[in-house]
Design a protein around this ligand. Structure first.
Ligand code: GN1
Ligand code: MG
Length: 365
């Protein structure tokens, strides 16, 4: 394996001789390694990309290249450090953005950003504020990005597309579970029209399409040792959609007082304090650039994404657990209930969420 990894790393246009290649982190999706080099050259991140989740790795890498090139121009113009304040894709020696090995696996390299801090859980309002700042900064840097981006996962946060999958899953009833789920199915159906009405505004351009990160959890933002935001990382799911999705998905994860798969529903609710903190950090970067329609739907986007997550977990349960990894047989149903509890908590506190958004916008405009 070591020899194979060295051979793969040597396919890339690295500065400095390779000293070692070692496994790094415990990501669920890709396999990640660190390539150490000799002398003053940077170290590198080598990844084998997951073909099951990303059927078109070349298109994905092209998306990442476009987006990071754009951010880099802005960082350089502002006198920042382009090796620390944005991810750098390192091409293979043949000029491609990936190396395809003899087994048909796709490998990619980026520059390793040294001396940084990342967090796995947002356990304070201060950290939520900084996380919001990190994603807000990422979006602000891409506000004038105009190039087309490939749709690397079809209809990812498109509820119209999810309903097509949902209706098929119900009709198939592959695991024979549908008859026991009439209450849960009703949670989805009773909100179908409302969610489609929101999405129609994205489709007709009332809500603009921008660059979206699509995986805005806290460990995808890098900080320096002084606690300043450096950049957003893990750009595999960068696509074009409404940037509200990135806000909503962050709130779904940052502001849940319990766990995504909590069996104890009493623990699950929306923390208004964490919501306010993330919103504060986010709008400190974005208040002047977002349209009125976006501001008006910011709080709703948390409901939208959480609803979508209820649908996706329940659909996977109905399908017989084919998409999400499960740790026990009812896991997807437990996730469905826990995310539904979070959705209800958001619905109950919706007026306060909207008021917090309005107050914060005024502060930064
Ligand atoms: C998956 O890979 P991970 O855990 O960051 C999923 C997200 C879901 C999330 C739910 C490509 O994200 O969309 O929100 O699980 N990613 C993909 O935990 O489907
Ligand atoms: Mg991910």
């Amino acid at each position: 394996m070591k020899a194979q990894l060295l051979q793969i790393a040597s396919q890339f246009a690295l500065d400095g001789a390779i000293a070692s290649v070692d496994s790094l982190g415990d990501g669920f999706i890709n396999d990640t390694f660190i390539v150490r080099t000799e002398g003053g050259a940077p170290d590198y991140i080598l990844q084998r990309k997951n073909k099951q989740i990303f059927p078109d790795v070349p298109a994905m890498m092209e998306n990442i290249r476009k987006v990071t090139d754009h951010i880099r121009r802005g960082v350089v113009a502002a006198g920042g450090d382009p090796l620390r304040e944005v991810m750098t894709v390192v091409p293979a020696k043949d000029g491609r953005l990936y190396h395809l090995d003899a087994e048909g696996e796709y490998w990619t390299v980026t520059v390793f950003i040294d001396d940084t801090v990342a967090y796995n859980k947002a356990d304070s309002e201060e950290l939520a504020r900084k996380g919001g700042e990190g994603i807000g900064k990422f979006q602000a840097q891409l506000a004038d990005f105009r190039e087309p981006l490939a749709e690397t996962i079809k209809g990812f946060h498109n509820i119209r597309h999810r309903f097509v999958q949902w209706d098929e899953a119900l009709a198939r009833d592959a695991a024979g579970r549908r008859k026991k789920l009439s209450e849960e199915i009703d949670w989805i159906e009773s909100r179908r029209a409302e969610m489609l009405a929101f999405w129609a505004k994205v489709e007709d351009g009332t809500i603009p399409t921008r660059v979206t990160h699509n995986d805005t959890k806290i460990n995808n933002v890098l900080f320096d040792r002084e606690g300043r935001v450096l950049c957003a990382i893990d750009l595999d799911t960068v696509m074009a959609s409404t940037s509200l999705n990135d806000f909503g998905d962050a709130i779904r994860t940052y502001a849940n007082t319990g766990d995504e798969d909590d069996r104890d529903l009493g623990r699950v609710s929306l923390s208004l304090g964490m919501f306010q903190a993330y919103t504060e950090g986010y709008l400190s970067q974005r208040a002047r650039q977002l349209t009125e329609a976006e501001i008006d739907h910011l709080a709703f986007s948390a409901r939208y994404i959480t609803y979508e997550q209820v649908l996706r977990f329940l659909m996977d349960y109905i399908d017989g657990d084919t998409y999400y990894k499960i740790k026990y047989p009812e896991h997807n149903l437990v996730r469905t209930h826990a995310q539904y509890k979070l959705l209800q908590s958001m619905e109950e506190q919706y007026d306060a969420m909207c008021a917090a958004v309005r107050e914060t916008v005024e502060k930064y405009r």
